[in-house]
Every structure is written in structure tokens, then in C-alpha cells.
Design a protein around this ligand. Structure first.
Ligand SMILES: Nc1ncnc2c1ncn2[C@@H]1O[C@H](COP(=O)(O)OP(=O)(O)OP(=O)(O)O)[C@@H](O)[C@H]1O
Ligand SMILES: [Mg+2]
Length: 305
């Protein structure tokens, strides 16, 4: 049923084991056993503080974005990037796949990446370009990216539900679902489908959190936006998936374009412990990069004119 490791079993719910014909009572005792095996139970906040130390950070490729996120994307939680088409969501995902392979002193996690692609936009060409820029061997980097195309929302869920072994065996430290919502959005149409869609999305997100926590991995999802016809001031868009996605994504970053060209604006919209904030970065052939001081000044000059 997709539980190949004690870690994933420990994070399961009794209900998830039901289809195997296991009684609720038995399921509880199995999960209990798995939990006691890896030591999941009540803890004091000082121990929590200690556990927070096991949270690792992955660099985005941009120093200012890393600073916005208090040192990079963190393991054990979900980071969501949302925004309109072409704002750099998938580019960031590509960059993270390369960065995760770097050693910790360069902002990486010495690990592999798992890429679940629902829109067929993963491009090895980009991995090659980004790897070369970082002085890494592109073939070696590509070897550490495990790729799966999701054909439907069910298939997408199936992939994550069966990912635990692949994650463990390959030392995966980054799990990407790009895009989280595209299939759900196109398959569940109409008001009466909203409730089942949200329920499935919720389940999917919880599976992702469980994996991120069990394997101390970074989880990243991307999401598109919808126009808000009733908004006159501020941003007239909001991310797909409503409260379910909003509440299960621990950290949400809204991406938008800064006029024309490679510059993008990243806004930290919600985080459990960080203030909101905004930074700019750029998407180039090299990948995700900081905007240099000269470029910023040039921009200001051209604005003044
Ligand atoms: N080789 C490259 N060199 C420079 N910029 C590039 C290169 N490849 C892609 N880009 C930039 O990245 C943009 C595409 O961004 P990306 O694919 O991340 O969009 P997205 O936010 O995932 O959109 P969607 O919602 O359609 O999935 C291009 O429009 C271009 O500006
Ligand atoms: Mg994309």
C-alpha cells in the first residue's frame, strides 16, 4: 500500500490502513508500534527546541530570498510558490534540484531530489545550464534527480503514496510537486466537486508533510492563481486550493513579474514565525540569481527618466 518504511507507517492514520483489511484497533497498534520504534510521542517544548535544530536549510540560489526565509527553505515543512504563468515557479524548482546536491557549506543538503511534474515542464537542459554555472557535473547532477510525470490527480497522489522507498534509498532531501493544483483544478469542475476536490488535496498535502518530516526533507509545491473579480485594490489574484492549501503550506511565497525582463518579485505572504516581506531576484540562463546593485541602480535611473 505504499508503506515501505517504518517512518512512513509511523506518520500514517489508521484510516489509511483500512483498505488492507486491517481493523481500526489493529491499525492503531501497528502505527503505535512504528511510532515507538522511531520515538514519536509527547515531548516538552525544550525538546521541541532541540528538534528544531534538526531542521536543515536549502538555498534558493538568491541570498536575499534566503534571508527572507530566514536562511533558506526549511526541511520538515511545505513551502509553496504561487503566481501567474512565467513568474519563475518551475525555474525555482529546477534550481532547488541542483542546489540540494551541494554540500551544506554551499547551502545544499548533500542529497537527491524527487520531482513530480504534472505539467510536463521539467527540462534537463535547464539542469545542465544551472549545474555548469555552479561548477557541477551535469550528468552527475541529473543522476540525483528522480523524475515522475503525473498524468492525473489520482496518479499524482499515487506517486507520493509510493514514494517513501525511493526517498529513503536515494537519500532524497527535496520533494517537489510542480504543479500541486493543476490536475485537481482541471478535473474537479463545478461547485458540487469542490468538497471532494478539497478533501483529496488535503490528503495529498498531508502525505507530503508526512514524507518531509519522516525523512527531514524540504517539500516544495507550486500553485497557480485565479483572478478575484471582486477586488479593486491590491492584488486581484489569489492562489488555487483555498484554505486547505493555504493552511497546509507552512510558508507561502507569492511571485510576480517586475515589468519586463528577468526580474521577479517574491513576497513572503505567510510563515508560522517570520514577518511578511518582499525581495527581488532574477531568472537567467544561469538559474535563480540575485539582482546586482548596478542593475538596481540602472532600474532606478530609468524610472527617474
Ligand atoms: N534559459 C533561460 N534563460 C533565461 N530565462 C529563462 C530560461 N528559461 C526560462 N526562463 C525564464 O523563466 C520563465 C518561465 O518560468 P517558469 O517556467 O518558472 O514559469 P512558471 O511560474 O512555472 O509558470 P507556469 O504557471 O506556466 O508553470 C520564462 O518566461 C523565462 O522568463
Ligand atoms: Mg511551471
Amino acid at each position: 500500500m505504499g508503506f515501505h518504511t517504518i517512518e512512513s507507517l509511523a506518520m500514517a492514520t489508521a484510516r489509511e490502513l483500512e483498505p488492507a483489511g486491517i481493523s481500526e484497533k489493529k491499525a492503531f497498534s501497528i502505527i503505535e508500534e512504528a511510532r515507538s520504534n522511531i520515538g514519536v510521542s509527547f515531548i516538552r517544548a525544550d525538546e521541541l527546541l532541540e528538534m528544531r535544530k534538526s531542521v536543515l536549510r536549502l538555498t534558493s540560489g538568491s541570498k536575499v530570498i534566503d534571508a527572507l526565509l530566514d536562511g533558506g527553505l526549511e526541511t520538515q515543512t511545505i513551502t509553496e510558490f504561487y503566481g501567474e504563468y512565467g513568474t519563475g515557479k518551475s525555474q525555482i524548482c529546477h534550481q532547488l534540484c541542483v542546489n540540494v546536491q551541494l554540500p551544506p557549506e554551499r547551502g545544499g543538503l548533500n542529497g537527491a531530489a524527487l520531482y513530480v511534474d504534472s505539467e510536463n515542464t521539467f527540462r534537463t537542459e535547464r539542469i545542465v545550464q544551472m549545474s555548469k554555472h555552479l561548477g557541477l557535473d551535469p550528468v552527475q547532477v541529473a543522476k540525483n534527480i528522480i523524475y515522475a510525470e503525473a498524468y492525473t490527480s489520482d496518479h499524482q497522489m499515487f506517486l507520493l503514496d509510493h514514494a517513501d522507498q525511493v526517498i529513503k534509498e536515494n537519500n532524497v532531501k527535496l520533494i517537489i510537486v510542480d504543479s500541486l493544483t493543476a490536475h485537481f483544478r482541471s478535473e474537479y469542475i463545478g461547485r458540487e466537486m469542490l468538497a471532494p476536490r478539497q478533501q483529496r488535496l488535503n490528503k495529498h498535502m498531508h502525505k507530503l508533510i508526512a514524507l518531509a518530516r519522516a525523512f527531514n526533507a524540504v517539500a516544495v509545491v507550486t500553485n497557480q492563481v485565479m483572478a478575484k473579480p471582486d477586488v479593486f485594490f491590491g492584488d486581484a489574484v489569489h492562489p488555487i486550493g483555498g484554505h486547505i492549501v493555504g493552511h497546509t503550506s507552512h510558508t507561502r511565497v507569492y511571485l510576480r513579474r517586475a515589468a519586463h525582463g528577468p526580474v521577479r518579485i517574491a513576497r513572503l505572504v505567510s510563515s508560522p514565525y517570520l514577518p511578511e516581506g518582499e525581495e527581488i531576484f532574477k531568472v537567467t540562463e544561469n538559474g535563480i540569481e540575485d539582482v546586482s546593485e548596478e542593475e538596481k541602480q540602472d532600474k532606478q535611473k530609468s524610472r527617474g527618466r
